[in-house]
Structures are given as structure tokens and as C-alpha cells.
Design a protein around this ligand. Structure first.
Ligand SMILES: *[C@@H]1O[C@H](CO)[C@@H](O)[C@H](O)[C@H]1NC(C)=O
Ligand SMILES: *[C@@H]1O[C@H](CO)[C@@H](O)[C@H](O)[C@H]1NC(C)=O
Ligand SMILES: *[C@@H]1O[C@H](CO)[C@@H](O)[C@H](O)[C@H]1NC(C)=O
Ligand SMILES: *[C@@H]1O[C@H](CO)[C@@H](O)[C@H](O)[C@H]1NC(C)=O
Ligand SMILES: *[C@@H]1O[C@H](CO)[C@@H](O)[C@H](O)[C@H]1NC(C)=O
Ligand SMILES: *[C@@H]1O[C@H](CO)[C@@H](O)[C@H](O)[C@H]1NC(C)=O
Ligand SMILES: *[C@@H]1O[C@H](CO)[C@@H](O)[C@H](O)[C@H]1NC(C)=O
Ligand SMILES: *[C@@H]1O[C@H](CO)[C@@H](O)[C@H](O)[C@H]1NC(C)=O
Ligand SMILES: *[C@@H]1O[C@H](CO)[C@@H](O)[C@H](O)[C@H]1NC(C)=O
Ligand SMILES: *[C@@H]1O[C@H](CO)[C@@H](O)[C@H](O)[C@H]1NC(C)=O
Ligand SMILES: *[C@@H]1O[C@H](CO)[C@@H](O)[C@H](O)[C@H]1NC(C)=O
Length: 837
């Protein structure tokens, strides 16, 4: 690279702490020597052209020669704010001075924990080599061997050695290799090279090579480790000697039973220091050689040559990535339906793919397979499964949660039931074998989570006093995710699956699909729709049992929708996940039947708890506050955080469900959209429930602010412990919101506080603040109502209520009030105005 430029720095002042021999020949260091990582104290510091810096403390230069030499000391790469204590290859001139030329680190003591300027390394009087950071903290040490140390040396082949009085080795860096071998260096059984995270970050990654009985093995760490390459000897091991793999004669030589002489005692041709073999961050073991003309270290030979070429490396396409030639893709579904994986980071970076829903061992019943034909897996040391046909192979994997994928292979000459099955506990890169000459058919089945991976709450739409229910589901065996089927068909039809097209894939459009059930299955699980839990405008809700778990099954009355539209909506709803939203866990779309399966919510709907029709003890104030906040968060998510804005349009206590701990979740979101999908006149039909509907239903365009209004009503009901419209009360007080208007005008808000609860009365000040928030939400002009995120801020105390605007609430002539309209009262019996019809 560019013209040779000699660039070195010699500081005239020898540093006081530097105790090595004179001049540049400083082959050994004595005990009780301390070096400080500072240019001024290490007079042989070199600043290289590229911004690298080396601060050698020992240089090997037994005979001055122009060429490569080894040094040990501090080393840094740009921007040079972090240093390694390392052994590196430097170039020296005939005067044994270091000159420019691309130094290479071949060993480091602190690869995962670089130190800063003024860090120290000390060869203690006890014979220990100790690295401390500038603040004195211990970073690394050789430890004490128990044998007396006489000094330290860097040998001609790059071995940093602590030796005793007999010149015998007490400690050597060759026993603790990092990611690089230099000529003459050996790996013996038990030693390993571990790759760095990247060229600039030397923290170890999960790829390593080690020496076993008959050779060198390359693995990616997992439990158990997965083998991607091995280099073994043809010889047979006869004795008990330790196997050794030595870098010599420009290759790796395996010594099974011969005792190879100590590398330190051999005199190696000096040219050998112009090579090294490194396990690089991509898992390739490559030999590099000094190119004198270019002054670089190009890779001249690839040591690891796995079966599938470059695709055979475990991280070539990251986890779950599929490698085809030079391209990486994620396991995909067809275009229209949901996918299970999305690329990590920029797809161009090939960082792999991550499942949209992580595998949950608690929800094994929701495990399904994604079928990848003509795909193989690199692991050479297969964990065989005792299964000779595809179905047994998959079944075996379903039974054990540690199994994350199975590879089924059948050699062309074998019969259907004569295949090989092996499983994988962690899925690294997969190999498309479409372009490979193989004599077998190979299919990989990747396990995916199709159901809920975290428990959510129930939903069901119920009318007035619904005791809604919903529970956790257990998907039936027959649950077949549409997409898996679709993809299988797709793959069979179109082998060019992994080709270019997929690159343009918009992963964002993929969401998880809820489990699909047959009508028969749901009829069985509800015992023929026997136990009705509630009834609403969209249909009735029945209790069911899937396996051991209770669920709520909602049978929609309207089947006007086409299956495709229904599926699209179900997918949208199913993909919405929030702790304050009840979760849809499955569905059925068969002929004209449309059913939704929700989880069971043990405490039912909020109305049971605030209208005192069930003899429940009054909720205390903190619980009511929490419920208000939960509802606000659920709505805020629908309005502001989802990919597509969703207005609920029917917020009322019956649609707020409570779990065991009184956490509130909003139910039935998305249903109005689902029902009305094909009706262009959607918003010309009023929908909602009397008492909760915003005034603009009569006049103007409907926005999500109608939910804010309904939220205000619900807050008022929670505070006053009564229904908004209660015809059992005298007429002047039958409408809570009108009553609120009057009390606000007269400044008698405290009259409306639920008298059942002493706790509420005690917190009067706080309660009135919440009432003011409700008033803000109840403004007739939707635009002046706060957004749900603003509501949350107010509830969190992060902002205050715009009290100035509240006069609009009580000053207004209440003629606009929806509750008075005849259009409304006609149907006031039904909980929902316009059904699907
Ligand atoms: C190391 O110690 C030996 C003997 O104690 C001494 O002769 C030699 O000069 C010392 N070397 C250095 C670099 O101080
Ligand atoms: C390192 O130590 C030297 C001398 O004690 C001091 O001048 C310098 O500021 C120190 N550098 C840092 C980065 O602490
Ligand atoms: C150790 O090596 C040095 C230099 O290589 C030599 O001078 C010395 O005699 C050796 N000592 C022993 C005990 O072999
Ligand atoms: C190096 O990589 C490791 C592991 O990926 C990471 O934890 C660490 O933060 C990285 N260090 C730097 C300096 O980037
Ligand atoms: C090592 O094994 C080879 C072949 O197995 C054998 O020929 C050779 O004699 C053995 N060498 C030693 C030192 O045992
Ligand atoms: C390495 O090369 C040297 C000289 O070229 C030769 O004598 C030696 O046998 C070779 N060693 C091996 C293991 O091939
Ligand atoms: C996805 O659909 C678009 C248009 O609907 C089409 O152009 C594209 O080829 C499809 N992609 C795949 C992978 O089928
Ligand atoms: C996918 O969508 C395209 C248009 O978006 C449509 O033509 C095609 O039929 C759909 N495929 C399936 C399997 O639904
Ligand atoms: C192959 O896998 C088995 C079981 O995990 C393990 O015991 C064995 O050591 C592995 N062999 C190699 C060469 O990694
Ligand atoms: C493998 O499975 C077959 C039938 O399921 C059984 O007969 C056989 O004993 C099993 N073999 C092993 C090694 O478990
Ligand atoms: C699942 O597989 C792992 C790894 O092979 C094994 O340790 C574990 O015992 C298996 N669990 C079951 C329930 O079979």
C-alpha cells in the first residue's frame, strides 16, 4: 500500500522505569520491572502511518536484520484510546530499529478488556507478570507458577516466555493462544483459538477451533457445540501422547504420537515470521503472508474448507439466515400472509434473522414447523434422532423444547422411510443446496412459535352485564397455521424461492398469525356452544376448554365478510400485542362460520366491579387509579403506537376486562373494522353504546377522539360507582355526564364521589383531579380533547390539566348530548347500535 515510508520515533530520554538492555537490543527483562503505558516512559514507541501505535517493551533482535521481528508491549489501533498488552510482528531495519509496515498482533493478554494510557505491566519480584489499568485495577496476570522466575524474554518465534535460572520455561504465551498461530507454534489437545468479534473489537465471539484426539476441529459454541469443519490425520493414534497441531512448513501439521521438539529450541528460518494463521471473526482459519511489495498481509490460503464452501460457515448469514451462493435471506412466508422471521439490522449486513415470536418452552403446544426444502445444515457432528421418516423426525423435535430445528436427509438411492434425522438446538446459518452437487434430498424444518408467547388477557364482547371470560389457550393439534401450508405449497411450486425477489421483501408487513381452529374443534371445546358467557352486538361469547385451559369463544353473527378479508383483519388484530389489550389467540373461518378465541379473564369485566350488581366489595382508590391508567395505556397503544391507527369505537366498562390482579385490559378492539370491512358507508351507521358515544357521531367525521370521550365516561363511572345512564334514578340525575356538568358549574364535584368507598372520600383531592381530566376528555369538540398520550402524562403527573379549557365543558348547552337523541334511544336496549347487519 503506497510507497514505503519509514516512520519511527526515537525519544532521546530513556525513561527511568525502562530497565531493559541498552539500545534496541533488549532481549530480556529482569524481575521487579515496571513499564508504564506512556510514550514518554517507553522510549521505543512507534506511531504508524495508519494511526496504529506500538510501544514495545521487549523486542527480539538477536541479530540485526531487515525483516520481521517480534516485540511485546502495548499496542493500539485507531483512535488509540485503548491498549492491549500484546505480542506483535514488527519490521526492523538493519540497525534493529522498528520501521513502518503494518504490524500484526499475534497474541494479547487482555483482548476483551483493553487498558488506557498510563496502564502498567510489571514483572514482579515474585515472578509474576501483571497488567493493571491506569486506575490500578488488576486486568490480567500470569499468576504464580510456584517455580522461581529469573526473567522474561520474547523469543525469535514470538513466544513471550518467563524462564527460570536454568532457562527453562515457566510460563509462555504459546500456552494461551488467542486467535493466531505463528510458524512453530502448536496447539495441543485442550487448547483452542477463539475468533474475535470483529477486526476492531477483540472480544471473543462464539467461533473457536480446538485440538482433539485426531486433529483440529472448528466449532460454533452452543449446547452442544456445533462442528463446522475438521482437519484430521489419516494416521491412527497408537500411543498416549498428546496430539499436537503445529504450524510449520506453511501448513498445519498434525502430530498424533510423536513428541515434537520444543519450538523454542528450534532455529527457524527467519522468513517464517512472515506468516501467521488466524481464526478470523467469520470463522475462517486463514494463512496470511507478508507481501513485501504491497506491505500488506494478504490471506494466501484458506485452511477451513467446509463442505458447503463459504455457505458452510455457521455465522455466514447469521442465525436463521439461509445462505445461497453469496446471498443471505431469512426464512420467509409467501407474500400475503404473515412471516415468522425478520432480518436483524440492515439485511445487507447479513446479521441473521430473529423470530418475531421467540420460542417459548411454556407454550410448546404452539410450536409448528416452517418447511425449507433443499436446505441443509452444516453441523458435521449431527445429533441423530432415532427416526427414519419425516413425520417421526418432526414429532421427535416437537417433544423436546431444546430442539429448534430438524434436518431430514434421504439419499437418492434410499426409500422414503430410510432417511436420517438430526436436530439442532440453536439455529445458525442454513445452506441452500440447490446449487450444490449432493446425492441426497435435504429438508430443514424450523420450529416457530405460532401462539402467544406471553400470557395475555381475555376478550370478549359482551352486552350489559357480561361476565366475560377469556383465558389462555392451548392450540389444538389440528391447528395449522395458514402460512406454513402456504409456504410449503409455495416452495414446492417455485424452486427459485431464494432468488433475488425476496430481497425486496418488506418484512414489516409480516405479523404473527393467531392459531387457526376448525369449527368442529371449537364446537367440541365449548360443548356445543353450551355455556354462554355474554352477548354483544357482534355475537355471543361461550366458555370453552382447550386442553386444560379455559377460553372464551366468540361466535360472530355476521358472516358477510369474505374469508380473505376476515383473515386479513384477524391477522391485524392478532398482531397487536400490548399488556393492556386483551389478546386474540385463535380463530376459525369455515364456510360461513367466523369465530374468535380469546383468553379467559378471571375477574370478568369492569362493570361488575363498579356498578355493584354483583355484591363485590368496592374497589379501593389506588386500584381504580391503576385501572384508569391501564385503560389509557391500552387505548394509547391503539391510537398512537400501532402500525395502523385503530379507533376502538366502543369503549365501555363491559369491554374492559380484569385479570386476577385487577390489571385492566381493553377487549374487542378492531372488531368494528372487522365487521364493517366491506361496507363503504361504515361511518354513516352509528355504532357504539348509548351513554358512551361522543357527540360527533351525530355531526362530523369520526376520529379516535371518540374513544377519548368514552374513556372520560368510563373514568366518571369508576369515580362515582354508577352507570352513566341509570333510568332507575330520578330523571334529573339519571344522566351522569349531565349531572357532572351541573356539579362542575356549581363547584360541587365532590358530590359525585362514590360513597360506597371510604377510601375514595379520603382521597377527595386526587379524585377531583381525575374528574377534571374526565371533563377534558368529555369536551364536545373532539379536537379539544386530549390525546391518550397526553392523558397518560397527566395521570403520571408529567403535565397538568388545561383547566382554562374546562369551562367549555360546563358552559356548553347540553342539547348536543347524544343521549337525548331519539335516533339513539330507539335502540337503547341493544348494547350496540348497529350490528353487522
Ligand atoms: C538483569 O539482572 C542481571 C543480573 O542480576 C544484570 O546483570 C543485568 O544487567 C540486568 N539487566 C537489566 C536490563 O537490568
Ligand atoms: C499519564 O501520566 C503522565 C505522567 O504521570 C501524565 O503527564 C499524563 O497526563 C497521564 N496521562 C493520562 C491520560 O492520564
Ligand atoms: C540461559 O541462556 C543464556 C542466554 O541464552 C545463557 O547465557 C545462559 O548460560 C543460559 N543459562 C543456563 C543455565 O543455561
Ligand atoms: C465488543 O464486542 C462485545 C461483544 O459483542 C461487546 O459486548 C462490547 O461492547 C464490544 N466492545 C466495544 C468496545 O465495542
Ligand atoms: C505413530 O503412529 C504411526 C501410525 O499409526 C506409527 O507408524 C508410528 O510408528 C507411531 N509413532 C510413534 C512414535 O509411536
Ligand atoms: C518441513 O520442511 C522441512 C524442510 O523443508 C523438512 O525437512 C521437514 O520434514 C518438513 N516437515 C514436515 C512435517 O513436513
Ligand atoms: C409479492 O407480491 C408482489 C405484488 O403483489 C409481487 O410483485 C412480488 O413478486 C411478490 N413476491 C413474492 C415473493 O411472491
Ligand atoms: C396474494 O396477493 C396478491 C395480490 O396482492 C393476490 O393476487 C394473490 O392471489 C394473493 N395470494 C394468496 C395466496 O392469497
Ligand atoms: C459429537 O457430539 C457428541 C455428543 O454431543 C459429543 O460427545 C462429541 O464429542 C462430539 N464430537 C466431536 C468431534 O465434536
Ligand atoms: C429406534 O426406534 C425404533 C422404533 O421406534 C426402536 O425399535 C429402536 O429400538 C430405536 N432405536 C434406538 C437406538 O433407540
Ligand atoms: C431434550 O434434549 C436435551 C438435549 O438433547 C436433553 O438433555 C433433554 O433431556 C431432553 N429433554 C427431554 C424432556 O427429553
Amino acid at each position: 500500500m503506497g510507497p514505503v515510508s519509514l516512520f519511527f520515533l526515537i525519544l532521546a530520554t530513556p525513561a527511568p522505569l525502562f530497565t531493559a538492555a541498552q539500545g534496541f537490543g533488549y532481549p530480556t527483562a529482569n524481575l521487579s520491572t515496571l513499564w508504564v503505558n506512556h510514550d514518554a516512559s517507553l522510549p521505543h514507541s512507534v506511531h504508524y502511518k495508519g494511526g496504529l501505535a506500538a510501544r514495545p517493551i521487549l523486542l527480539h533482535s538477536q541479530s540485526a536484520h531487515y525483516g520481521q521481528s517480534f516485540a511485546t508491549g502495548f499496542f493500539c489501533a485507531p483512535p488509540c484510546d485503548m491498549f492491549y498488552f500484546a505480542v506483535f510482528i514488527v519490521r526492523t531495519d538493519r540497525g534493529a530499529r522498528i520501521i513502518d509496515g503494518n504490524p500484526q498482533v499475534v497474541w494479547s493478554a487482555n483482548r476483551a478488556r483493553p487498558v488506557s494510557e498510563n496502564a502498567t505491566v510489571e514483572l514482579t519480584s515474585g515472578g509474576e507478570l501483571v497488567l493493571r489499568d491506569a486506575d490500578g485495577s488488576l486486568v490480567w496476570s500470569t499468576g504464580r507458577s510456584g517455580r522461581p522466575v529469573a526473567g522474561m524474554v520474547i523469543t525469535n518465534i514470538g513466544n513471550l516466555v518467563l524462564f527460570d535460572l536454568m532457562n527453562a520455561t515457566v510460563w509462555q504465551s504459546f500456552d494461551h493462544p488467542t486467535d493466531t498461530l505463528v510458524p512453530g507454534q502448536s496447539l495441543v489437545e485442550g487448547m483452542r483459538l477463539t475468533a474475535s468479534t470483529s477486526a476492531t473489537n477483540w472480544t471473543e465471539n462464539q467461533l473457536y477451533v480446538n485440538v482433539r484426539q485426531d486433529g483440529l476441529y472448528a466449532y460454533v459454541a452452543s449446547a452442544p457445540p456445533q462442528l463446522y469443519y475438521m482437519l484430521t490425520s489419516n494416521e491412527e493414534k497408537t500411543g498416549n501422547e498428546i496430539t499436537k497441531v503445529t504450524f510449520m512448513n506453511s501448513s498445519l501439521c498434525i502430530f498424533l504420537n510423536s513428541t515434537y521438539p520444543d519450538p523454542n529450541s528450534i532455529s527457524w528460518p527467519t522468513t517464517t515470521s512472515s506468516q501467521f494463521i488466524r481464526l478470523e471473526s467469520d470463522g475462517h482459519l486463514r494463512m496470511h503472508e507478508w507481501d513485501m511489495a504491497e506491505e500488506t498481509w494478504p490471506a494466501v490460503e484458506e485452511v477451513t474448507k467446509p463442505k458447503f464452501g463459504d455457505c458452510g460457515f455457521p455465522t455466514v448469514c447469521g442465525e436463521y439466515g439461509i445462505c445461497t451462493g453469496r446471498k443471505c435471506t431469512c426464512p420467509l412466508q409467501d407474500n400475503n400472509s404473515s412471516g415468522y422471521f425478520k432480518p436483524i439490522g440492515d439485511p445487507k449486513d447479513n446479521l441473521g434473522c430473529t423470530p418475531l415470536t421467540p420460542i417459548s418452552c411454556k407454550e410448546m403446544q404452539h410450536h409448528q414447523f416452517l418447511t425449507l426444502d433443499e436446505v441443509s445444515y452444516f453441523d458435521v457432528n449431527h445429533s441423530f434422532v432415532n427416526a427414519t421418516n419425516q413425520d417421526d423426525c418432526k414429532q421427535a423435535c416437537l417433544k423436546n423444547c431444546s430442539c429448534r430445528a430438524v434436518n431430514f436427509r434421504r439419499y437418492f438411492e434410499q426409500t422414503e422411510t430410510d432417511g436420517h434425522c438430526f436436530w439442532v438446538t440453536k439455529v445458525f446459518s442454513l445452506q441452500s443446496i440447490k446449487l450444490e452437487p449432493v446425492n441426497y434430498k435435504s429438508t430443514v424444518f424450523i420450529k416457530v412459535q405460532v401462539g402467544p408467547s406471553n400470557s395475555a388477557a381475555p376478550s370478549a364482547h359482551s352486552a350489559n352485564n357480561s361476565n366475560l371470560i377469556l383465558g389462555t389457550t392451548i392450540p389444538a393439534i389440528i391447528t395449522v397455521v395458514l402460512l406454513v401450508v402456504a409456504v410449503t405449497i409455495y416452495l414446492q411450486r417455485r424452486r427459485a424461492y431464494y432468488d433475488k425477489k425476496d430481497e425486496d421483501f418488506n418484512f414489516d408487513q409480516f405479523a404473527r398469525m393467531p392459531a387457526r381452529f376448525s369449527f368442529q374443534k371449537l364446537r367440541e371445546c365449548t360443548q356445543g356452544f353450551n355455556k354462554k358467557l355474554g352477548e354483544g352486538g357482534f355475537g355471543s361469547v361461550y366458555e370453552g376448554k382447550l386442553g386444560e385451559e379455559r377460553v372464551a369463544v366468540k361466535r360472530l353473527e355476521s358472516a358477510r365478510q369474505g374469508k380473505k378479508e376476515f383473515l386479513a383483519e384477524v391477522q391485524t388484530i392478532g398482531s397487536i400485542e400490548h399488556i393492556n389489550l386483551v389478546r386474540l389467540i385463535g380463530f376459525c373461518a369455515e364456510k360461513s362460520q367466523r369465530l374468535l378465541v380469546y383468553e379467559y379473564m378471571p375477574r370478568g369485566s369492569l362493570d361488575r366491579w363498579i356498578h355493584y350488581r354483583h355484591n363485590n366489595a368496592p374497589l379501593d382508590w389506588p386500584t381504580r387509579c391503576r385501572i384508569i391508567l391501564d385503560i389509557a395505556k391500552g387505548l394509547c397503544y391503539l391510537h398512537e403506537e400501532c402500525r395502523q391507527k385503530i379507533a376502538h369505537l366502543d369503549i365501555k366498562p363491559q369491554n374492559i376486562l380484569l385479570d386476577e390482579k385487577f390489571n385492566a385490559k381493553v377487549a374487542d378492539f378492531g372488531l368494528s373494522k372487522l365487521i364493517d370491512r366491506d361496507q363503504s358507508k361504515v361511518m354513516t351507521v352509528m355504532r357504539g353504546t348509548p351513554g358512551y358515544m361522543a357527540p360527533e357521531w351525530l355531526t362530523s367525521q369520526i376520529t379516535e377522539k371518540v374513544d377519548v370521550y368514552s374513556f372520560g365516561v368510563v373514568v366518571m363511572e369508576l369515580i362515582s360507582g354508577r352507570k352513566n345512564i341509570d333510568n332507575s334514578l330520578p330523571e334529573e340525575s339519571s344522566n351522569l355526564i349531565n349531572l357532572l356538568r351541573g356539579k362542575a358549574r356549581d363547584n360541587q364535584l365532590s358530590d359525585l364521589i362514590d360513597k360506597h368507598s371510604e377510601d375514595m372520600v379520603a382521597h377527595q383531592e386526587q379524585v377531583i383531579q381525575k374528574m377534571k381530566l374526565a371533563m377534558w376528555c368529555l369536551l364536545n369538540d373532539g379536537c379539544q380533547r386530549p390525546s391518550m398520550s397526553t392523558v397518560i402524562k397527566v395521570l403520571d403527573g408529567a403535565r397538568s390539566i388545561e383547566t382554562a379549557i374546562l369551562h367549555r365543558f360546563h358552559d356548553i348547552n347540553s342539547a348536543m348530548s347524544v343521549q337525548d337523541t331519539s335516533a339513539y334511544s330507539v335502540k337503547a336496549q341493544a348494547s350496540v347500535l348497529s350490528g353487522p347487519r
